[in-house]
Design a protein around this ligand. Structure first.
Ligand code: DGY
Length: 328
């Protein structure tokens, strides 16, 4: 932690960040770093809002309207480390005159890679196979052992065709020769869709009925909460797989566990959970479910880029320029 200097803005950073990012923050600000990387409590967040000029939070910090109602409020900018900002009540922040920024673009490719990894792992039984070898149960190659489902040439249904959805579409089409269908209430321009070779469908339901793999790429909003519920899971093909590395609460996790138990769908690849880090216990016991600990953007390269992007947003704000990634 750098020594406090009266001419420097105080920025509270809620989690450990890659060294290059922490060094950059400490060079430019009176950065209050989280040396032991503990998750901030509500009162620590409130204290940061009262005592800092800027806050650099992550997805694990719940900046609700109640937390943002602190008095006196000193923070003027919240530079979120991440593209998704559903953990921040952006309307409440705006109401209090606090600018909110995020870190889009820099994590698109890695998050798309993560979705493809989940799809391959669950279809080709990667997690299950790894457990099998490690447990010592493998007795050798045989023609009928651990057969999975082919990915190449199948139909991928995307719910959401924003930056990450488009990067997944590109990989699926050009890497795996998949047919890509999608639904997005705010689709990209027709030329972008045509270049991707993606086919629009008029509803989420239509995507679910047709796809062999359904991958979720919507933001978490009140409208998308439990978008994938028991009714919609029942529309999917029995042999289909659900992939989610967007946000946990887009899926009703209890309904998903029931659908998997009943064989309504074939499997799921999940990187995010409704009550993270808790996972619905039934899912933990299922071999046809791949569970990853929110790794979408977790590469050295991207986590540095996310931090530098948040730093850019803070720097711009404090010199009085419009931050590039303002979301509220
Ligand atoms: C993101 O960027 O939204 C990641 O999920 C981490 O918050």
């Amino acid at each position: 932690m750098s020594a406090a200097r009266p001419d420097r803005r105080v920025v509270v950073v809620t989690r450990r960040l890659p060294a290059a990012v922490e060094e950059g923050l400490a060079r430019e600000f009176d950065a209050r770093l989280n040396a032991d990387d503990h998750p901030f409590s509500k009162s620590e967040l409130e204290n940061a809002l009262r005592t800092a000029d800027g806050l650099l939070p992550t997805v694990t910090d719940r900046l609700t309207a109640q937390v943002l109602a602190v008095e006196p409020l000193r923070v003027r900018v919240i530079a979120n480390y991440g593209v998704g900002f559903n953990h921040i009540d952006a309307a409440a922040a705006k109401g209090r005159g606090v600018v909110v920024t995020n870190t889009p673009d820099v994590l698109t490719d890695d998050t798309a890679d993560d979705a493809i990894m989940l799809m391959l792992m669950v279809a080709r039984r990667g997690g299950e196979g790894e457990r099998h070898v490690r447990s010592g149960a493998w007795t050798g190659w045989r023609p009928t052992h651990m057969l999975g489902t082919r990915v190449s040439g199948k139909t991928l249904g995307l719910v959401g065709l924003g930056r990450i959805g488009r990067a997944v579409a590109h990989r699926a089409r050009h890497g795996f020769g998949m047919r890509v269908i999608f639904h997005d209430p705010y689709p990209p321009p027709a030329a972008v869709v045509a270049e991707l070779g993606a086919e629009p469908r008029s509803s989420v339901d239509d995507v679910l009925r047709e796809a062999d793999f359904v991958s979720l790429h919507s933001p978490a909003t009140p409208e998308t909460r439990h978008l994938i519920d028991a009714r919609r899971l029942a529309l999917m093909k029995r042999g289909a797989f659900l992939i989610n590395n967007a946000r946990g609460d887009i899926v009703d996790e209890t309904a998903l566990a029931a659908a998997l138990t009943q064989g309504t769908i074939a499997g799921a690849g999940l990187d995010v959970f409704e009550r993270e880090p808790a996972v619905t216990p039934d899912l933990l016991a299922m071999e046809n479910v791949v569970l990853l600990p929110h790794l979408g953007s977790a590469t050295e390269e991207t986590r540095v880029a996310m931090g530098l992007r948040a730093l850019d947003n803070l720097r711009a704000f404090f010199v009085g320029a419009p931050p590039r990634d303002r979301v509220a």
